[in-house]
Write a new protein. Structure first.
Length: 277
């Protein structure tokens, strides 16, 4: 299969290259393809004629989105719109990566794909708009919402914790936000399975199990054999420009019912990450 990947230099992009290495890959990042430039997107993708397009490009700095709304909107909403338009012209499917931030974070049980949407941040609002453009333009799409990503490339929570432990004997970590930490390599493997099918639609996909950031940090230090004191704190003690969802656990039931294998438990995935990255 001839697969075009946008955001190929990002955390997920790197792992998509690993899991899809047996395919013919066309790799684009923000330096060689600005997805907000409609004409350029049309020209480049029409020239390459892929069989499928995977969009892992996004403006993901949640706090920056609050102050740079226009740029976030261009990348997270208009970019997917441009990609969907070209996919329609070429009659090819689009895989688009989305987020738990499209919900309001107030539910206390795993979120299903058709639960009420209610983004509370600029990031969530622009990502939802991107989803809506795709659904309006295309019939053949996979929108994959995920959460709490970490991977071998780029900055993430695991790296931050490991780095902090080098200079701190005690670390404060939020204990009232719950989610499912997800290894981008596992997510990429899931994506590589679904693109073999025509089971189009919106899916939730994360590693199995859930925890708070505090519990996750404790697991990181336990597996890494690092002795550091971790103190649980509340979200209110860590004010941020953009509010964080209190509950981000995504139900993977639809994924499983469609015949796909669930991703392994986050603790197993973390163990592999610490050994291989």
């Amino acid at each position: 299969m001839r697969i075009l990947i946008t955001g190929a230099s990002g955390m997920l992009g790197h792992d998509l290259q690993r899991t899809l290495k047996n395919h013919e890959l066309i790799l684009y990042n923000s330096k060689n393809l600005d997805i907000t430039n409609k004409n350029l997107v049309s020209e480049k993708i029409n020239e390459m004629k892929p069989d499928i397009l995977i969009n892992s490009a996004a403006y993901t700095n949640v706090d920056d989105c609050e102050t740079n709304y226009e740029e976030a909107h261009k990348v997270n909403a208009l970019g997917p719109k441009n990609l969907a338009t070209v996919c329609k012209d070429l009659k090819i499917p689009l895989v688009h990566i989305s987020t738990d931030y499209v919900f309001d974070g107030k539910k206390t049980e795993p979120l299903k794909e058709n639960d009420n949407l209610g983004p509370q941040t600029a990031y969530g609002k622009t990502k939802l708009e991107g989803e809506q453009f795709i659904q309006k333009i295309l019939d053949e799409y996979f929108i994959i919402r995920t959460a709490w990503l970490y991977g071998c490339e780029g900055n993430n929570f695991v790296k931050t914790m490991l780095n902090l432990s080098k200079s701190h004997n005690e670390i404060n970590v939020v204990n009232d936000q719950i989610g499912s930490p997800t290894f981008t390599y596992d997510l990429a493997k899931g994506i590589s399975e679904i693109i073999k099918t025509d089971k189009y639609g919106v899916y939730h996909l994360t590693n199995s199990g859930s925890c708070s950031w505090y519990e996750f940090s404790k697991e990181i230090f336990k597996l890494a054999n690092i002795n550091v004191k971790v103190t649980p704190v509340t979200t209110e003690e860590f004010p941020r420009p953009a509010p964080r969802p209190k509950y981000s656990v995504l139900s993977n039931d639809k994924w499983i019912k469609q015949g796909f294998k669930p991703l392994r438990n986050y603790k197993e995935a973390l163990k592999e990450y610490l050994l291989t990255c």
